[in-house]
Design a protein around this ligand. Structure first.
Ligand SMILES: Cc1ncc(COP(=O)(O)O)c(C=O)c1O
Length: 470
């Protein structure tokens, strides 16, 4: 159904398929430079081949399941098949598991938090390295315990074990990221699954940062290291259009009412009784995101055809290179250790993370992310900072540069060593010109970024807007 592509150098093939890879951006001095995208942990760019499929498919797009006519029949087939492709990509069981399509990882985790029926006193164990999306939803539904970190910012599995033991049999779930969006640390989720199962708990893997960078298998249900639930986002794995997945045992989604009800979720409705539909329909309320599902499935098939292993090897090589080179600079503080996906976080001594991010953007055309990356607790711990309610004032005044944070580069398999070298040279340049930089940029409350004196950023953005979104 989805065209396969056989290639010798998967990362080069992937790069030539990136939509917008040749975009240039205005930088200080009046020139334009190729835009280098190192914020793949936030969202990845879309693929040309997938956009071409979408163009073709959209001629046939229609509502699914409840329509008659060829368009609806075709769209239903595409939508249903997308679930199977997604399940296969992560080694889910085609019979025992169901794939619920959602917007993104955040929605997937929130959904699970509603669908696991917690009793008073039930406990969810999560960790001190989570994104807010794998922390806050649990706080609303159960008592939450946090696995502590070691001095490298990695999970302390002895502490996990002691939490499981101490709270047995009330721990219902261990919710842990497959890879951190702050340090890129890869957690041994299969080992964690084994520990959790040993104490009668299930495991959820937040796969937002793992699935795009590694081949992954949930392992059979009978395996002690089986992953019970997995959540991930399409937009972080080259599939735009807002589709993500929550995968887990059908049995869980065959019980109880969904948190959103309405069209599509039911078999029959009487005045005083509702016969809910079977999974995944029961949990996909309303008209589903058919284009998003198709784009995600087609993208996963494409990545599989390139080889996830080869793609991740290239990314690993780049990651080791950037870590080593930045590590050689005494003015750079690096966070975290290995094994990690292509996420590298750092600070330059004596300069605000927000200023460094702005210099990279407005002088080298590099897009990174700065701040706390929706993982405030973890970033504070890595920085050795305390919780400080006084910081709320900075939010109120939009003085975000005063908040603790880091600069994050997040690589993907299409990035190149040449791109990394541009960044490394720029970091050296910033380090050598620290003093000058403190005066040559000003903070714009409106844009929430530092701006170089001499570059009319707001006007430039407006011009691009007029051209791109007429
Ligand atoms: C580890 C992790 N979990 C969850 C999320 C939330 O993903 P989304 O914004 O797609 O819901 C992110 C987003 O960056 C993430 O990095």
């Amino acid at each position: 159904m989805y065209p396969l592509q056989v290639v010798n150098r998967p990362n080069t093939a992937l790069r030539s398929n990136i939509h917008g890879i040749d975009v240039k951006v205005p930088v200080l001095g009046g020139k334009k430079k190729p835009f280098i995208f190192f914020d793949n942990a936030a969202s990845t760019p879309p693929l040309k081949s997938i956009l071409a499929h979408m163009d073709e498919f959209m001629k046939w797009y229609s509502g699914v399941h409840r329509g008659t006519g060829y368009k609806s029949l075709l769209s239903s087939k595409v939508y249903d098949h997308s679930h199977d492709v997604i399940a296969e990509f992560v080694g889910a069981d085609p019979v025992l598991d169901t794939v619920v399509l959602v917007k993104n990882t955040t929605e997937a985790i929130n959904k699970l938090s509603y669908r696991l029926e917690f009793k008073p006193g039930d406990i969810v164990i999560t960790t001190d390295m989570e994104h807010h999306s794998n922390d806050l939803p649990w706080r609303q539904q159960a008592r939450v315990e946090y696995v502590q970190l070691d001095n490298l910012g990695k999970l302390d599995l002895d502490h996990l074990q002691s939490l499981l033991k101490k709270n047995y049999p009330r721990v219902k779930l261990v919710a842990v990221c497959g890879a951190s969006n702050v340090t890129g640390h890869i957690n041994d989720v299969h080992r964690i699954a084994e520990l959790a199962h040993g104490f009668g708990a299930r495991i959820l893997v937040d796969g937002a940062q793992l699935i795009p960078h590694h081949s992954f298998n949930m392992k059979p249900h009978s395996h002690p290291q089986h992953i019970d639930f997995l959540a991930f986002s399409g937009h972080k794995i080259f599939a735009p259009y807002g589709c993500g997945a929550l995968i887990g045992p059908r049995g869980v989604f065959e019980q109880g009412a969904p948190e959103y009800s309405g069209g599509g979720t039911v078999n029959m409705v009487f005045n005083d009784f509702v016969f809910w539909g079977a999974p995944p329909d029961r949990d996909e309320a309303g008209s589903p995101n058919v284009p998003g599902a198709y784009a995600l499935a087609a993208t996963l098939e494409y990545l599989k055809s390139l080889g996830m292993l080869q793609l991740s090897r290239h990314e690993q090589r780049l990651t080791s290179y950037v870590m080593e080179q930045l590590g050689n600079n005494r003015e750079v503080i690096l966070y975290g250790s290995t094994p990690r996906v292509g996420v590298v976080t750092f600070n330059i001594k004596g300069l605000s993370h927000a200023l460094v991010g702005a210099i990279l953007c407005f002088e080298a055309g590099i897009g990174v992310r700065t701040g706390c990356f929706c993982a405030q607790g973890y970033v504070r711990k890595l920085l050795g900072e305390r919780e400080n309610p006084g910081h709320l004032e900075y939010y109120a005044k939009r003085e975000l540069y005063k908040l603790p944070g880091m600069v994050r580069i997040s690589l993907a398999a299409y990035n190149t060593q040449q791109e990394v070298d541009v960044l490394l040279q720029m970091v050296e340049h910033i380090v050598s010109n620290k003093k000058a930089y403190r005066d040559s940029y000003y903070w714009s409350e409106e844009l929430g970024t530092y701006i170089p004196k001499g570059l009319p950023v707001e006007t430039l953005v407006e011009q691009i807007y007029q051209r791109v979104c007429p």
